[in-house]
Design a protein around this ligand. Structure first.
Ligand SMILES: Cc1cc2nc3c(=O)[nH]c(=O)nc-3n(C[C@H](O)[C@H](O)[C@H](O)COP(=O)(O)OP(=O)(O)OC[C@H]3O[C@@H](n4cnc5c(N)ncnc54)[C@H](O)[C@@H]3O)c2cc1C
Length: 399
């Protein structure tokens, strides 16, 4: 007697979303010979033919996409009213990759392996676990099945402000070209807090691609985006007051606009037995800084290593450690309660720690002893008040 068995899933893995996290995972999969026979479907609604962002990150080791870097620096400057210093990064390098270069590079790598990768242009409307894996449906009505899904659609966060903290890293940046030498191409202006803070954390960030070309970005850590004209007014002030540029001496060649969620709202890394969340959806934007690119690479590497070794995603998809989540929560709480203190905390961090220790701390790689050194380097008052709020399970409010 014949028995009706459920059909085997058509794909091994479906990647829902082909931005930083989806394409990073695809590229890591393509690099793993033990997974060369796996069939991978990538579903992404956009053509990804625009340079919609640049990713910058620090690293003390080679990374997979270094060849794409359009800038690499060994010095960063930190500036605040009470403390300014240009730091030599030692073994670290600060690098920048253009989004468009990354999208094109990964798509070319996938196109070179047509038996392994299928790319579909579409917007996923439904994704669900089934006994054998997952079923996914696009808005156009196409249906696909796979053994596992890796979902990087932007998370739909319903804020619960009585329980969690919600800040944004938000910015407008202009890439400008000047008619004479203005920038020091050796030094990234990492955080320049010398401007007014308006009870928030506001700083300029400058990536010098050459003496006459740079990305000049007005950046905030705060609860709400500003009107666009407000960021632009601050960029104009910086160009005029700090760089002594008149309107006739530069032109804007490109613009970058963004808002990255910084929150301790739970962002689970799994959604049932066969769906793994990726990228921002899985909390890869570090809650206290908004940096995500290297955390996304680390998650991709972790997933691919487990898939190659065991055939399954790891039970713990990120390897996050609780003590760093607590540090993030405390800093978010301070930002939300008394944003102007953020500047002083960063100034104390940079004044009292080697820059390598700060990077390792932000990368969540420091030992307990170094964590204590970092905590001892900042004034305890704001943290003690936030610990009180956190222990009571209540996010701090502006007094
Ligand atoms: C302007 C900007 C600059 C940034 N700069 C830095 C930086 O310098 N350093 C750093 O570390 N981090 C940075 N970040 C933070 C972070 O690295 C990026 O946001 C990164 O792109 C997050 O990756 P992701 O895959 O989670 O999201 P995305 O890259 O946004 O990818 C999500 C993808 O999902 C697709 N999608 C949406 N809905 C659907 C659907 N229904 N079905 C299928 N696909 C869908 C989208 O089209 C998109 O391609 C920046 C963010 C922004 C916005």
């Amino acid at each position: 007697m014949s028995q009706l068995l459920p059909a085997a899933p058509a794909y091994d893995y479906v990647l829902v979303g082909g931005g930083a996290a989806g394409l990073s995972l695809a590229y890591h999969l393509a690099q793993e010979p033990r997974l060369a026979a796996r069939r991978v479907l990538l579903i992404e609604p956009e053509a990804k033919d625009q340079n919609d962002r640049t990713w910058s990150f620090w690293a003390d080791e080679p990374t997979l996409f270094d060849a794409l870097a359009v800038g690499e620096w060994s010095k960063i400057a930190f500036r605040s009213p009470g403390f300014e210093h240009v730091f030599d990064l030692g073994d670290y390098r600060y690098r920048t990759i253009r989004g468009l270069d990354f999208y094109q590079f990964v798509h070319q790598a996938l196109a070179a392996r047509p038996a392994q990768f299928t790319v579909v242009r579409g917007r996923v409307a439904a994704l669900e676990n089934t006994p054998a894996g997952v079923r996914v449906r696009t808005e156009a009505g196409e249906e696909f099945t796979a053994r596992y899904a890796f979902d990087s659609r932007p998370p739909a966060i319903e804020p619960r402000p009585a329980k969690h903290r919600y800040q944004l890293q938000h910015f407008v940046g202009w890439e400008i070209e000047t008619d004479h030498d203005v920038f020091d191409p050796a030094v990234v202006e990492f955080m320049d807090f010398r401007g007014p803070q308006y009870h928030e954390a506001r700083f300029m960030y400058v990536l010098p691609f050459g003496p006459r070309r740079a990305l000049v970005e007005y950046t905030l850590f705060s609860g709400q985006p500003l009107a666009k004209a407000e960021y632009e007014a601050h960029i104009l002030d910086y160009l005029q007051d700090n760089l002594k540029l008149t309107a006739a001496q530069y032109r804007v060649t490109a613009e970058e606009v963004g808002a990255i969620p910084m929150t301790d709202h739970p962002l689970p890394t799994r959604a049932g037995a066969h769906i793994v969340n990726l990228g921002t959806r899985a909390g890869r934007a570090k809650p206290s800084t908004g940096y995500a690119f290297r955390r996304i690479q680390a998650q991709s590497a972790r997933l691919v290593a487990a898939l190659a070794a065991t055939g399954q995603p790891p039970a713990n998809a990120t390897g996050d450690r609780w003590q760093f989540r607590l540090f993030d929560t405390l800093l978010l709480d301070i930002m939300q309660r008394r944003g102007e203190t953020t500047r002083d905390i960063f100034a104390q961090l940079f004044e009292r720690n080697p820059v390598g220790r700060i990077f390792r701390f932000l990368d969540e790689k420091t030992s307990w002893a170094d964590n204590l050194r970092v905590m001892n380097s900042v004034a305890p008052g704001p943290f003690m008040r936030s610990i009180g709020q956190v222990l009571r399970g209540r996010p701090g409010r502006r007094a």
